[in-house]
Design a binder for this molecule. Structure first.
Ligand SMILES: Cc1cc2nc3c(=O)[nH]c(=O)nc-3n(C[C@H](O)[C@H](O)[C@H](O)COP(=O)(O)OP(=O)(O)OC[C@H]3O[C@@H](n4cnc5c(N)ncnc54)[C@H](O)[C@@H]3O)c2cc1C
Length: 354
């Protein structure tokens, strides 16, 4: 069977799980929770030190040991579909999310309390998650998937076995790992992501007049959000923490430039927009190679599943939705598909793969 029953794994190894999930972002953790609720054993592997992926948050100290906390990726999220709106409502009711603002199109935007990565931390709490654990190779071994990984804590290498593997990463990272025989790889080659620079700044100008979220008319700066004005965020000082995202086009042109140069350009542009000379007390610049999806895959269902026990989910499938919502829908849709086919599938994995 492809979906091995929880009590009957088909491998002699004691450490075989039914599902290995690669990536502890919103899609991987949503999938892991839902499939685990159906009774399957799951292990989540994440190369970073914590959950979040592109929904991660960061704390950095300046030379005065003052901490600046901000969301490093996605600043806020909203829902279009009835299902995702209901999910946002639920997370709000249980205190994981707080409403932030309503945009010009009338969409309600939420942030997680007290930082955006709290949402993925909440989703990970009942799961077996292995952090600082990067999957480096996947291969079929005696009818089960063998996943080789490196533990970034000590550099050691090891392996685990899984009946099924679900990639919940940007498409380029899945493409690099997928076994070469799989024809689903061809589907991924057309997907493109925008790169993006994100700059966090703590500024102490007393009369800085910027909206909580703004999209200036600029070729360089796509958006500015005031992190310290988000609900549930503690900020003990009078200063403001800004998160600035660069535009797709400028990012593409400058993605390989050195950080000092990039930061200098962004600050200069921000000073032009705000018409102020900024008093900066803390700063942090991050480069996202795969920020948001510019060209995804058009399919009837927002995931890819191969009977050999390999699945792909993420924000690059669901063209009707964007970002967090697309990732969530993709994860839910794959669980629904697997739950529908359940144990009715026959044992074809090795045949299909050969
Ligand atoms: C700057 C920025 C702004 C954004 N703004 C918005 C917005 O306003 N609204 C919105 O809805 N969305 C926004 N997004 C997009 C949104 O954050 C993503 O669509 C969403 O977080 C993707 O979630 P995911 O779980 O599918 O993938 P990811 O969050 O990318 O998670 C994939 C995880 O896989 C891990 N991984 C990769 N390879 C391996 C490996 N070999 N082994 C182990 N782990 C691995 C990665 O470390 C990562 O944690 C933004 C993103 C960025 C970067």
């Amino acid at each position: 069977m492809i979906l091995t029953d929880n009590n009957q794994t088909n491998c002699q190894e004691t450490n075989t799980v039914n599902f290995a999930v690669i990536g502890a972002g919103i899609s991987g953790l949503t999938f892991a929770n839902k499939i685990s609720a159906l009774g399957y054993t799951v292990a989540v592997f994440e190369k970073a030190r914590g959950t979040g992926g592109r929904l991660s948050s960061k704390r950095v100290k300046n030379s005065n040991q003052q901490t600046m906390a901000f969301d490093l990726g996605c600043t806020s999220f909203s829902g279009k579909s009835v299902e995702f709106k209901a999910q946002l409502d639920y997370w709000h009711q249980v205190g994981v999310l707080a409403p932030w603002l309503v945009d010009k199109q009338g969409n309600s935007h939420y942030v997680a309390s007290s930082r955006n990565s709290s949402l993925t931390r909440y989703l990970s709490q009942d799961l077996d998650c292995y952090f600082s654990t990067q999957i480096t190779e996947i291969r079929m071994n005696n009818g089960v998937w063998e996943l080789l990984y490196v533990d970034h804590n000590d550099g050691s290498e090891s392996r685990i076995y899984a009946d099924n593997v679900v990639f919940a990463t940007p498409s380029a990272q899945a493409l690099a790992l997928l076994p070469r025989q799989l024809e689903m790889k061809a589907r991924l080659t057309d997907v493109t992501n925008e790169p993006q620079w994100v700059l966090a700044l703590e500024v102490s100008n007393p009369d800085l007049n910027i909206d909580d979220m703004s999209f200036p008319d600029s070729e360089l700066i796509h958006s500015i959000s005031i992190e310290s004005n988000k609900p549930t965020r503690e900020h003990p000082r009078q200063s403001k923490i800004l998160q600035i995202q660069t535009t797709a086009q400028w990012s593409s042109e400058y993605i390989d430039r050195d950080k000092q140069t990039v930061e200098g350009f962004i600050i200069k542009e921000l000073e032009l927009i705000t018409q102020q000379s900024l008093i900066i007390t803390n700063h942090y610049l991050h480069r996202w190679l795969y920020s948001t999806v510019s060209c995804g895959i058009e399919l009837d269902n927002p995931y890819l599943w191969n009977k050999c026990g390999i699945g792909l989910i993420g924000d690059y499938f669901d063209s009707k939705h964007f970002g967090i919502e697309a990732s969530w829908h993709s994860a839910i849709a794959l669980v629904n598909h697997l739950s529908d086919i359940g144990d009715t599938q026959t044992a074809v994995r090795a045949h299909e793969y050969d």
